[in-house]
Ligand binder design. Structure first.
Ligand code: 3PG
Length: 208
């Protein structure tokens, strides 16, 4: 699953207030050539949105984001999410992912986080909050002691079309993520064409 995300290089992180809004957003991302979304459990609509979008757009790779509890992990699996992501490194959610056989990227931003995640068997780690934690320089510093372990990272937090290439140039970066592809203001204004254009620009930048 994570290899398929690697082929796009970019995962839009989205928060939607209703399944209808989520379906429109999925259409926009597909139109922009980026049939991928991490739908965050920051809103009550996440579970239903994943369930409906998975049925309506089987070609999309739909994931669940901001998974903070084992219950959310189970809901994400039940709704049809194909991967899950969290901002932090929580043994409870890591164990829940393993029980459900859900591909899961916990969040890390310190050496101790990396060691804890690796010890629990995780091989793809969300580097969050990437820019605030020191960006590319911090990630390269972490790769000093851990680069040989066969782990990959998905930097998220302050990543944009303007800086994603610096991250993707690092061999251990699988893909980048972020909310810039589908900004809340654009979703609320129903500016689907604009979201499709940002998605297309992000994919083009990632390919370059
Ligand atoms: C996330 O949960 O991945 C972050 O909120 C994304 O950070 P960004 O808003 O800076 O892209």
């Amino acid at each position: 699953m994570f290899d398929r995300l690697r082929s796009y290089g970019v995962v839009p992180v989205v928060a939607v207030d209703s399944p209808d809004e989520g379906l429109r957003l999925c259409e926009a991302l597909i139109a922009g050539g980026l049939p991928v979304a991490e739908i965050t459990f920051r809103t009550a609509a996440a579970e239903a949105t994943i369930r409906e979008a998975a049925k309506r757009f089987p070609e999309m790779i739909l994931g669940a984001g901001t998974i903070l509890t084992a219950e959310q992990m189970r809901k994400a699996v039940d709704a049809g999410a194909r991967f899950a992501v969290a901002p932090g490194c929580n043994p409870t959610t890591i164990a829940a992912a393993r029980e459900c056989a859900m591909p899961f990227a916990p969040g890390v931003c310190t050496p101790s986080d990396v060691e804890r995640a690796v010890e629990m068997g995780c091989s793809l780690l969300k580097f969050f909050p990437a820019e605030a934690a020191g960006g590319v320089a911090m990630l390269k510093a972490l790769l000093g002691p851990y680069g040989h372990l066969g782990i990959s990272f998905c930097p998220t937090g302050g990543v944009t079309t303007g800086n994603l290439a610096e991250y993707l140039a690092i061999p251990q970066v699988a893909f980048v993520g972020g909310t810039w592809v589908a900004k809340k203001e654009l979703i609320k204004a129903g500016r689907w064409d604009d979201i499709a254009a940002v998605a297309a620009a992000a994919v083009a930048a990632a390919k370059r």
